[in-house]
Design a protein around this ligand. Structure first.
Ligand code: NAD
Length: 243
């Protein structure tokens, strides 16, 4: 029960990394509000001890404010929403840029801004923001995605610097390729899915994909007091991609 007394709000908890993290936070003793835009996906989390689900579209500012207000004991926030846009700058359209920034960055800003009074008031607050390997390393055909994930790192460091003196921590996680449903969908859409999966595996020197549970372990660590002196840090989980 490393997280007894913690109250954690998780976004994008319906599947993949968000779901694994919501489960890991609850099984380590936290009280969890697991949110997602998709109510069907949240069904698989119903009945888990210490975990409550709520539909939340992070593109809706009022819904963000209401979700945070419904969870005033909050002291951990895991911002996990994000979409991958594939292509170089030559493929990018303004509406794709705006949609990606709205989901991958603006939603983090809204959730952090709404949560801050509670996080500061409740003490020992920890914000965990989902970035990606593409936020720190140039990879081909990820122009918009890379720009959003690098923005998450700037946002993380800024919040960390502004609130460190008040005991609030803010860190970012940068996974490599994680075996999640959305990755499976992207692979299935490739002209040669088997080749696409092999390419994802081969670019990680460890020779396999990262699991959602491995990322969830880092989320649990950052939510816990074991990480009490870490803030403004970037946690790489990528099977050696940044070696
Ligand atoms: N999978 C990877 O390889 C990988 C690698 C690095 C970083 N990431 C990042 O991790 C995060 C989660 O990725 P994943 O692959 O585990 O998830 P996923 O794409 O499989 O699932 C995303 C979840 O977000 C929800 N969602 C979509 N729009 C939403 C909205 N407007 N409001 C609330 N919820 C919404 C979906 O319903 C879904 O449950 C993303 O930020 C992604 O960029 C993923």
């Amino acid at each position: 029960m490393r997280l007894e007394g913690k109250h954690a709000l998780v976004t994008a908890a319906g599947q993949g990394i968000g779901r694994a993290s919501a489960l890991a936070l609850a099984s380590n003793g936290a009280t969890v509000l697991a949110t997602d835009v998709n109510p069907q996906l949240l069904q698989s989390l119903v009945g888990i001890p210490r975990l409550r689900t709520a539909v939340l579209n992070v593109l809706d500012k009022r819904a963000v404010d209401d979700a945070v207000a419904s969870f005033p004991l909050l002291n951990v926030l895991f911002n996990c929403t994000g979409m991958v846009h594939e292509g170089s700058i030559l493929d990018a359209r303004d509406e794709e840029w705006e949609a990606a920034f709205a989901l991958n960055v603006r939603s983090f800003y809204w959730l952090i801004q709404a949560s801050l009074p509670h996080l500061l008031n409740n003490g020992k607050g920890s914000i965990i923001n989902m970035s990606s390997i593409v936020g720190v390393k140039g990879l081909p055909n990820r122009f918009i995605y890379s720009a959003t994930k690098a923005a998450v790192l700037g946002l993380t460091k800024s919040v960390a610097a502004d609130f460190v003196s008040r005991g609030l921590r803010c860190n970012a996680i940068c996974p490599g390729t994680v075996d999640t449903p959305s990755l499976a969908q992207r692979i299935a859409k490739a002209p040669d899915p088997e080749k696409a999966r092999k390419a994802f595996v081969e670019r990680q020197p460890l020779g396999r994909l990262v699991t959602p549970e491995e990322v969830a372990s880092t989320v649990v660590f950052l939510a816990s007091e074991e990480s009490a002196s870490y803030t403004g840090e970037i946690f790489h989980i990528n099977g050696g991609m940044t070696l």
